[in-house]
Design a protein around this ligand. Structure first.
Ligand SMILES: [Zn+2]
Length: 189
């Protein structure tokens, strides 16, 4: 078993994560409190892993000419707070106290604009492949840490839950029961 990385949050920054700052963020609205974690999947090109393209994409530094698929997302300015690679390594792009651009048009329990009050966590993956053990481990550890730092962040949803009909991630392979069980385990440590 790989050693679990110790995560800690200070001033919205996650120690234990590689810091990869993205310019794609803005302040949260004054009254917004973090209440929701949104789980996503992403891979660039789709269903291919590694290569560092996701981090370049979130930094507006992706060379669009490298792959035909990249041309379909050319010029998009998006981000997430975190990306968890297949290895379980976590990368932080946006401070948790800021508003990352991951949800798009969305609503959760009648509350629109999920970016205002959520943390966006991308798993390197796709709708057609299982996620890795290391990813579940890191996701649970990070979520436990977030819930300690932001006690109102008790809601967990997929991108497909907050933007149904428009988004399908994290997809049918994401095991919510496993995630909740591992999260429970971390919270009781
Ligand atoms: Zn998504």
């Amino acid at each position: 078993m790989p050693q679990t990385v110790k995560f800690q949050i200070r001033d919205g920054a996650l120690s234990g994560a590689r810091q990869v700052p993205s310019p794609n963020y803005n302040p949260r609205p004054a009254q917004a409190e973090i209440q929701l974690a949104v789980v996503h999947n992403i891979s660039l090109p789709p269903s291919q892993f590694g290569g560092g393209y996701i981090e370049r994409f979130f930094q507006n530094r992706l060379d669009w000419s490298l792959h035909p698929y990249f041309q379909s997302i050319e010029g998009m300015q998006v981000s997430a707070h975190l990306l968890i690679l297949r290895s379980g390594e976590a990368l932080q792009f946006v401070n948790f106290n800021d508003r990352a651009w991951h949800a798009g048009r969305s609503s959760y329990l009648g509350l629109k604009e999920c970016n205002d009050y959520s943390v966006g966590i991308e798993l390197e993956g796709s709708d057609d492949l299982p996620f890795t053990d290391a990813q579940y481990e890191a996701l649970a550890a990070v979520t436990a840490c977030l819930q300690q730092a932001y006690p109102k962040m008790q809601h967990l949803a997929g991108h497909s839950d907050i933007a149904p009909g428009r988004k399908t991630d994290p997809g049918p392979h994401f095991d919510w029961a496993r995630f909740r069980q591992q999260l429970h385990h971390f919270k009781n440590k």
